[in-house]
Design a protein around this ligand. Structure first.
Ligand code: FE
Length: 336
């Protein structure tokens, strides 16, 4: 009894001396250590706040958040693809945050309409073609890759990847299921080979002449050309006729949200605001050859060299909403 009284008293005395805000927050991240650690080190220097992190694939991270529930040490979930963030929000792993800074820094189509997650970088999923075999004038849109002139000339990454699920989900949003299924069937009919396991393998197949064109995220193009600038590959920006449906290049995000059970909401929001700010956005995008989400910041010159494009401005959360239907549609269309 006495002891606990003493402890309570001591705790009461100590309370005003501890800082009002935590000096440490925890991030669960599917972005890997080499991309995030230098940023969090810079944050510590600027603010004194330590950012601890755990990296893993998004599936295990979300399962962990769910299993830990109220006891989770995580304040922020950081991952790629709006489909994943949408899923986290749907499973009640995130909470809405009210931040004028995030609203001002991140365009509306790159964040959750319910403010549970925010895009921090933009990735463009576009056409890459073999420059020895294709003239850019032959290319026009994602849906045109379904036309008979591409028979036996197309390579695609597997439909199991969320990037393709999001792309098809956005097409369903734009065209409806019937037309989108026709398009996906056309792609499958045009395949030169079975779907490939990743974007890099798809581009390597194009470079090797196994097929003439594919659809990939541009940062993989940047990495591959960085290793071998002589590959006969180039980027094409599709769907630039803005009068058409499905106007603009399909863009997705990497992003983050504050966890449902964070005990440091104010500090977590501050970190997100810092990540969205003009002086950090260049770095956040450049380390992975992505595009800044904050429109005040220009892409790295190596990325800018790929040319400018008009992005599709549909809210990226639609990719999440329509993901299940996209997966079923690709299955029906025989896209493995
Ligand atoms: Fe990726």
């Amino acid at each position: 009894m006495r002891l606990s009284m003493v402890l309570l008293f001591a705790a009461g005395l100590a309370a005003p001396l501890t800082p009002a805000l935590a000096a440490e927050i925890v991030v669960y991240s599917s972005r890997n250590e080499q991309l995030i650690k230098p940023m969090f080190d810079a944050y510590k220097k600027e603010t004194g706040v330590t950012v601890k992190f755990i990296t893993d694939k998004e599936g295990p991270l979300m399962a962990r958040l769910k299993a830990e529930g109220k006891n989770t040490p995580a304040d922020i979930l950081m991952t790629v693809d709006a489909g994943n963030l949408w899923q986290a929000s749907k499973e009640d792993l995130l909470r809405p945050v009210n931040s004028k800074v995030l609203m001002a820094n991140i365009p509306a189509h790159l964040r959750d309409p319910g403010n549970e997650w925010f895009g921090l970088s933009v990735r463009a999923r576009t056409i890459v073609y073999n420059t020895n075999k294709v003239k850019p004038g032959e290319l026009s849109s994602y849906e045109d890759l379904a036309s008979p002139k591409w028979k036996g000339r197309l390579c695609l990454r597997t439909s199991k990847k969320v990037y393709n699920q999001s792309l098809v989900a956005m097409m369903i949003h734009e065209y409806g299921e019937e037309k989108t299924e026709q398009i996906v069937r056309g792609w499958v009919a045009n395949l030169a080979t079975e779907p490939l396991p990743d974007d890099t393998k798809a581009m390597e197949a194009v470079a090797a002449g196994l097929c003439d064109a594919t659809v990939v995220n541009t940062y993989y193009f940047g990495r591959l050309m960085g290793k071998n600038a002589n590959l006969p590959l180039a980027i094409f920006w599709p769907n630039q006729n803005l009068k058409a449906n499905n106007a603009g290049v399909h863009v997705n995000i990497s992003g983050a949200g504050v966890t449902r059970h964070s005990r440091n909401e104010a500090e977590a929001v501050k970190l997100l605001e810092w990540l969205s700010s003009a002086h950090v956005q260049g770095y956040y995008a450049d380390v992975n050859m992505e595009y800044p989400a904050n429109p005040k910041v220009k892409p790295h010159q190596a990325v800018a060299a790929w040319g400018t494009f008009k992005p599709n401005l549909i809210n990226v959360s639609e990719a999440g909403k329509l993901q299940t239907r996209a997966v079923m549609l690709m299955d029906r269309a025989g896209y493995k």
